[in-house]
Each structure stands twice: as C-alpha cells, then as structure tokens.
Design a protein around this ligand. Sequence first.
Ligand code: SAM
Ligand code: SF4
Length: 355
Amino acid sequence: MSDATDHTIPRKRDHLLLNEAPAKPAPLVDAFQRRISYLRMSVTDRCDLRCTYCMPERMTFLPKREVLSLEELFELASGFIDRGVTKLRITGGEPLVRRDIMDLFTALGRRLGHDLQELTLTTNATQLATHADGLAKAGVRRVNISLDTLDRARFAELTRRDALPQVLEGIEAARDAGLKVKLNAVALKEVNEEELPDLIGWAHARGHDVTLIEVMPLGDVEEERLDQYLRLDTVRNRLEDRWTLTDNARSSGGPARYVDVAETGGQLGFITPHSNNFCASCNRLRVTATGQLYPCLGGNERVDLRAALRSDNPQEALAQGLDQAMAIKPERHHFRMDKRGADPALARHMSMTGG
Ligand code: SAM
Ligand code: SF4
C-alpha cells in the first residue's frame, strides 16, 4: 500500500516487508502452559469521554514524553508478533484521539497476512466517522465499540460528555466502511440495568453482536464501586424471561461466554470476572502506552518494555522482557467486589491498561 506515511514508522524492521525470513523465536507460553497469542496494546491513556466507571472527571493524564512514540509502538508490537502473537487489539484510553494514529494502523496492517492474523481496535466511536474508511483500508475488519446506553441524557451523565449523536454516526460509518461491529456495554446497577434488553435488541437488529461486562474495581472513580456493580448472572436470568438464550460453543480464546438469542438472531457475550472466573483459558497480554507490560489485567506484575526498547540492543532486551512476562504471569486475578468503601483492587484505571 502506498501513501504519504510509508516511511514514517517501520524503520528498523524494513526486512519484514522484504519477505526475508529471520529465525523463528520461541512462542510465548507461560508457567501454566497457556499459549499467548493475543496482545492488547494501549496507544494513549487520554480520552475525550469520562465514563464514570472508568475515570474521575478530573483525570490526571500522563505527560506526553512518557508515552511511547508511534515508531516505538510499532517496534513493540512487532516484537510480540515475532513471538507468535497473531491477534493485536489497539486500545487506550481512546486510541482514535492520538495524533497520527492512522500511521500506526497502516504500518501494522502491512504485517497482516504474514504472521499477524487480525488487527482490531476498541473505541468509544466518537472519532470513528472520520477514521472508519482509513481503518478498513489498513486491513482492520472488526471493531469493538463501547456503548452503554442509547438514551442521550443518560449517555451524557454516564460519560460526562454529550456525545451520543457522534457515537451513533461513528457506528454507522463503521458499518458503511464494511467493518464488523461488536458493541461492549458495561452493566451498571440502576443506570442501564433496565435498558439492556432494548440496547441488545437495537444492536442485533443492525447485525451487531453485543458483549456485556461486569464492572471491575480498577482505579479510583468518584462513585462507590459496589453501587455500580451488577452481576451478569442476574441480567441473564432476566433476559431469559424475555428471550431464548442458547449457549454457543464459540470462544474468542478470551473471557466472554456466548449465547445465541433465538428471537433476535444475534449473539450475546458475558464477561463475568466476579461471578465466573475466566483465567484458565487466558491467552493475552496487555501493554500500556508507556510500554509497561501487565501480564494480568487484575494483577500488579509488570515488565518495563520501554526500558527494553530504549536500550542498546532493543530486540534482545524485548525478547528477555517477554520471557520474564511468561515467568510472572499469575494463574488468576483476585478482583473482589464484596466490600463497601474498599480501596480499588488496583490503583491503575482501565484507561491505562486498556480494556
Ligand atoms: N476508550 C475505548 C472504549 O471505551 O472503548 C477503549 C478503552 S476502554 C478502557 C475499554 C473498555 O473498558 C470499554 O469497553 C469500557 O467500557 C471498559 N471499562 C472501562 N473501565 C471499566 C471498569 N472499571 N470495569 C469494566 N469495564 C471497564
Ligand atoms: Fe474513555 Fe473508554 Fe474510559 Fe470511557 S471507557 S472514559 S471512553 S477510556
């Protein structure tokens, strides 16, 4: 693909584009014999929304100098792909607010069909109308869009920004660009609890699958977490009063369990870190925009890959960092949602590690 950005990102790795075949390094397998094939890479901690379950209104963002450059992010992702990561999700913060982010998608898209099988993103869709075509051109085929309500006033209250029309426009643009859209909704007690069936019905009528997520105690937010927490087994029971849900064998290798909804013809996923632990099949790693690798979303184990990237021998240091991550990836997370007024299980917000 030729465009004005051809020379901006993949400098040190031009051999990849020339079809040279470097020796295949060892795949990533952790101490519990889980094969790691999926990376979620955050490209910024910044966001244009302020979802009440994700961050406080006055969120302190990282100084920009601490964040990896687009070239470093490309190097980083390539290091993982070299070790057998076949699926890469770009996340944040809001990935589409990062300047020139399409250059990174374009560069990463060139690895598709070689060793990378899928390039995706998670977005709040506020900027998607601008970028949907570019993403499709870069090789993105599917996007996860976070949408917790279709009610404009509730959306404004929940995200602290009146941006629902932009988001709906973004979803429409993604569809027009041929991107397969999956909606993610965090189930929130007394906020969108009653609306969830309508949200699911709306999405399924447009051909979008939906995944519901239980809120997780990540970072300080202004609200009490227990007041937000809605168990998804309760939601499922209520949905079963209305619809026929049949367990479906599909697995994304991830934490979601899926059902088919007979009446809508759509698929519904449940991510239930509290009521059903999903760690045994975990195949993923997460890296923050500052290059900190967190082998577990729910743990404090960490490897500093920015230091590796900025060392004298980045490729070797990166490989060592990944080996270290395999050694320390914990067996499971230890989120708890049973104590009112408790400190968050982890100090960092979801916008830091990426959802
Ligand atoms: N800004 C993008 C978005 O909202 O899609 C990507 C990053 S966001 C952190 C990724 C996902 O994490 C979103 O689906 C969001 O709803 C979810 N999320 C954020 N904070 C959460 C929390 N404390 N518990 C559960 N899910 C959370
Ligand atoms: Fe931003 Fe996504 Fe967090 Fe909402 S969930 S504040 S859109 S990063």
